[in-house]
Ligand binder design. Structure first.
Ligand code: SF4
Length: 630
């Protein structure tokens, strides 16, 4: 019996979003099948969205709420005594969140609890978990408590079932501590799951030798730590058949929602080639960076589109490939389909032409890791991008009608007044015409650089977060599986008014958009833009509506200005304008800067107005190069 292959049921619990299916399930299922494992998967967040109601489900997991706190109701099953003692605290937290979120107003705490009961019972009664040997849960941000709740019930009903957890929430020592804390969990897979899950199913008796597996033996926990990651060439195209089957059984509202807003995830890489931002903990899950070949990505997108009649995709990879991104865009464009894509990108990587290509390919929404408009702050974050790179990314998005849903990350424990003051100056330049960010307060993530070196960031100690202190009994938190922490400052610093800065920007943006919405004129809609007259150039500046300006540049000024469409260094500018006396070039640049037409950082220059006719710009840049050659 021992040598028999084991069958696997893979589960993704709430509170994952319903806009994109779980890629973890799809990839693991596809891989294990190719290895001859009997495996099925259940996307149970779909059922949760049905039972809570789609609108309420979204209100629970999207700002101002989030999927991490949405899971708190499952504490009732995992820690029943803690729940009974603290029910009022749970209720109060829920009410506080509901007040900030009108759609939750008609959804009471009692509804929240009652529907969670219904969901739990439905899973136990209707998911055919009894037919499988291994029940595997993939865990992201908000899925630990829901997964533990179901795992515990299954183990009570059928102790012979093998419970496996894996995903970002249980990597490395988090996984070790989860295994130590919850005896009904049998294994944790830390890092890439394909091989580990396959071997658990096919070679179970030798689990002690399987890389990436954390297991219990007697009272001891062992971790077969491995730095080796799977070769992405060997990962088959993910299968979303199970997701679509389960979607078909969902109510009309959810099916329709997915038809309109759903996207299929396509994995393009694992890990991050930069891997140095001080707040980020991606490295603990994927210590080595790997890319999927462009030809494979293209093949997958074509296949997925044909199979599921899908046109909208989310490229999963943080961030875009280091070098092959342009080849990827060109091949996507050459497919000649009306696809749309979402991707996360790094500032400082792409040029204005890359963004235009992205627009042509169908990148309608992207998220750039902007994080700050202060060079001092960016250094603390070790972003490897400058303020000028951030402005360039937003400018290129705006002129190509690509929406950028970016964040400003604030409240580092070593935040200084200069971080705010620098940001304020930049915001003053760009708030009239570039889109406002969302604010994101720093939480110290397990495994991040700040977590490992708090002393470098004015941190006296790391405390459990308020929501963890509600969801988990303190004695459990002490076992060391908290995912994020509140940093308590060593030296108290002044709190900068980020909220009012961003609120004002948003208000301004809304007002301007309303005013110009119906205008047929590009000049009105772009607010701050230029048109090129061949031997002169006109800039329309309506950032300050009380003081509208029009600048007319002469031929030399025009050529200098057009040279700064992409970020350019002073030495490169000088090389291009050898025939112009240096004092004259400097005077032009200074006058651009003084009039807010140019952003300067580290002797690099970027013109700020938007190109009103993006399609001609490559020709113009080339023409300038010809004209100005010595
Ligand atoms: S924040 Fe983004 S760019 Fe920075 S290390 Fe993490 S994944 Fe990489």
């Amino acid at each position: 019996m021992h040598n028999e292959r084991k069958s696997v049921l893979l589960v993704a619990m709430p509170f994952a979003g319903v806009t994109i299916p779980s890629i973890q399930l799809a990839v693991l299922e596809g891989y294990c099948r190719t290895q001859g494992i009997i495996i099925e998967s259940r996307h149970l967040y779909l059922k949760a969205a049905e039972l809570y109601g789609l609108q309420q489900y979204h209100s629970l997991i999207y700002p101002p709420n989030d999927s991490y706190s949405a899971q708190m109701v499952f504490s009732r099953y995992v820690f029943p005594k803690h729940w009974a003692k603290n029910e009022d605290r749970f209720r109060e937290y829920f009410h506080q969140k509901s007040e900030q979120n009108p759609p939750l107003a008609s959804f009471s705490f009692e509804d929240y609890v009652h529907r969670t009961d219904e969901l739990t019972q439905w899973i136990l009664d209707h998911v055919d978990w009894r037919s499988y040997d291994i029940i595997g849960f993939t865990l992201n941000y908000g899925q630990l408590l829901p997964s533990l709740a179901i795992a515990q019930k299954i183990k009570e009903l059928a102790p012979e079932k093998i419970i496996v957890l894996g995903g970002s929430r249980t990597v490395d020592s988090l996984g070790i501590n989860v295994l130590r804390a919850f005896e009904y969990v049998d294994f944790i897979v830390s890092g890439d799951g394909e091989e580990a899950l396959t071997r658990l199913a096919s070679d179970y008796q030798n689990y002690e030798t399987i890389p990436h597996v954390i297991y219990r033996k007697g009272n001891q926990i062992y971790y077969n730590r491995s730095e080796q990651g799977i070769d992405l060439h060997s990962v088959p195209t993910p299968s979303y058949d199970a997701f679509y089957q389960q979607l078909t059984a969902a109510p009309e509202e959810i099916r329709r929602f997915f038809q309109y807003y759903g996207r299929l995830p396509v994995e393009i890489s694992r890990g991050c080639w930069w891997n140095q931002c001080t707040f980020c903990n991606l490295n603990i899950q994927h210590p080595c960076y790997r890319e999927k070949p462009v030809s494979r990505i293209i093949q997958e997108i074509r296949w997925l589109s044909e199979r599921y009649h899908m046109m909208d995709f989310q490229l999963i990879g943080n961030p875009l490939p280091k070098t092959d991104y342009r080849a990827l865009f060109e091949k996507l464009r050459d497919l000649g389909r009306d696809f749309s894509f979402f991707v996360e990108a790094r500032a400082g990587q792409l040029t204005s032409d890359d963004y235009t290509l992205m627009r042509d390919v169908g990148f309608t929404v992207i998220q750039t890791g902007i994080e700050s408009f202060s060079s001092n702050y960016l250094r603390k974050m070790n972003k490897g991008a400058r303020v000028i790179d951030n402005i360039a990314a937003l400018k290129f998005c705006k002129e190509n009608s690509i929406k950028n849903t970016y964040n400003l990350l604030v409240r580092y424990p070593n935040e200084e007044p200069v971080d705010f003051e620098e940001t304020k100056k930049v915001v003053h330049l760009i708030q009239g015409y570039l889109d406002a960010p969302s604010l994101c307060e720093l939480l110290v993530m397990y495994g991040s650089h700040i977590y490992r070196h708090p002393e470098q960031f004015n941190v006296e100690r790391l405390d459990y977060s308020p929501i963890d202190l509600i969801m988990y009994p303190r004695e459990y938190l002490k076992k060391g599986f908290a995912f994020m922490y509140d940093a308590k400052q060593k030296t108290l610093t002044q709190k900068n008014p980020w909220e009012s800065l961003v609120e004002e920007w948003k208000k301004n943006q809304e007002q301007v958009t309303q005013e110009n919405l119906t205008s047929p004129s590009m000049i009105d809609r772009l607010i701050f833009s230029f048109v090129d007259g061949g031997s002169f150039l006109k800039i329309y500046d309506k950032r300050d509506r009380q003081n509208v300006k029009i600048f007319v540049l002469n031929d030399l000024e025009r050529r200098v200005f057009l040279s700064c469409i992409d970020i350019i260094s002073y030495s490169e500018l000088r090389r291009r304008f050898l025939d112009v006396p240096e004092y004259e070039l400097v005077a032009i640049l200074q006058s651009f800067e003084q009039n807010g037409l140019l952003f300067v950082e580290d002797d690099c220059y970027l013109c700020l107005p938007l190109r009103s006719r993006v399609q001609n710009i490559q020709e113009k840049k080339e023409e300038c190069l010809v004209n100005i050659s010595p």
